[in-house]
Design a protein around this ligand. Sequence first.
Ligand SMILES: [Fe+2]
Ligand SMILES: [Fe+2]
Length: 482
Amino acid sequence: MDRKETISYLLKKGILPTDDKIKELVEEDFKSASDVQSEQERKQDNNIQEQTQKEVIESRRIVEDIDTKIEVIRDYKSSAFKKFKLDDFPKLMRDRYEAIKSILLARQETEGCVSINKLNSTSGSAVIIAIISDILKLRTGTLKLDLEDLTGRVSGIIPIKNQEMIEKSKQLALDEVVAVKGSFSRGVLFINDIIWPDIPYVNREKCDEDVYVAFSGDLHIGSNTFLPKEFDKFLKWISGKSGNKTQRDIANKIKYVFIAGDLVDGVGIYPGQDKELTITDISKQYDKVAEYLSMIPNDKKILICPGNHDVGRIEEPQPALDKYMSAPVIELPNVISISNPAYLKIHKTKGFSGLNVLMYHGYSFDYFIDKIEYIRNSGGYESPDKLIEFLLRKRHLAPSHGSTLCLPLEEDPLVIRQVPDVVATGHIHKAKVSQYKGVLTIASSCWQKNTSFQDKMGLHADPCKVPILNLKTNSVRTLSFI
Ligand SMILES: [Fe+2]
Ligand SMILES: [Fe+2]
């Protein structure tokens, strides 16, 4: 009711319409209206929440053909309807802390671990599991770490004279979860060891069948630096139309092709990009991708995740490419579109329990190359294998807040919960195959020459290389199509 309606209502009731009485009724009316509204909003929020729970839940789907079998174990769906709030971030961090803590607790070195609020009751030496919330280098070179768990905070000190620990601390990343050993005295933990969750040694099985898996990505179709002749050469080879007998034989035995994101160059991704595009319409860029990928025979399954140049949201987990703009690609009969990151199992057969693959485009890599001295000293952009190893040790694909854009889901999607047989990444544009504790780490190359932006970033592409894994021998050879 407005003021006029309220006065006439009061007069009808025989009540004198004083200012106080009118104000009281208007406020009451407003309150009940807003109660109804907030109740409606609550219902709407609950609906959205329920919908979101269904949408972000990991899905398990199996795609099976005569010669291939793909089990998608973790594939994040769109959460476009979810309203994220500021207090969703602590929930994400809590989940990360609990998940990595449980990995750390399985390690012998964390025996007798206490929470931070119990440090006072320890007899001196203690182990805690904490998030590194700050790292401060003092003028003397001594390091002061802010350590936090769900019960409190404590300062950790690494004195400059402990050079072994100072060296080890160069591998620390902000916001990561580690175990810290030290002696507690006068409210400070003097650190004498840092323990990362790490991965156990993985013994990769061999398959009886002579089956191959190809790893590629970063096509960047639409850019004037895309290399069409070289990509065409690869497509002809994989279709069994070129190469010598041995090469054709390998091509015929390829059953899985991983493409780790950045299928197109996109639009408006970096300053001045419009001057470096040959196709300025993103849907036409995907039409071209589909035209190329349709050359790959249907007996080879193409597993595609999005990258930071692809259409859709950039926040991770990025849902799989869908019909919006990229329909011609995902509608190809042999394409399986999955999220970034995603966990898959391929080629599970009677005598082989399958190859577990963690696929991640790698958007967080730039941050760690820029911020972590240890990574730069290990080769930076030249050594994506060292970066993957660094993240496997931390059991997280982007431990530092800001290293990538991440949605605050209730379950941190970037924690490496399951140890894979293979980590397949892209983004760095440099093929590098290595192993860490038995896990095969594969950084894929690209099909693009360096752009002016990459020149400025200090990234030197090594295009047109394709690592090929033989599941029978577990050996990898990298083919060049330049
Ligand atoms: Fe890329
Ligand atoms: Fe990228």
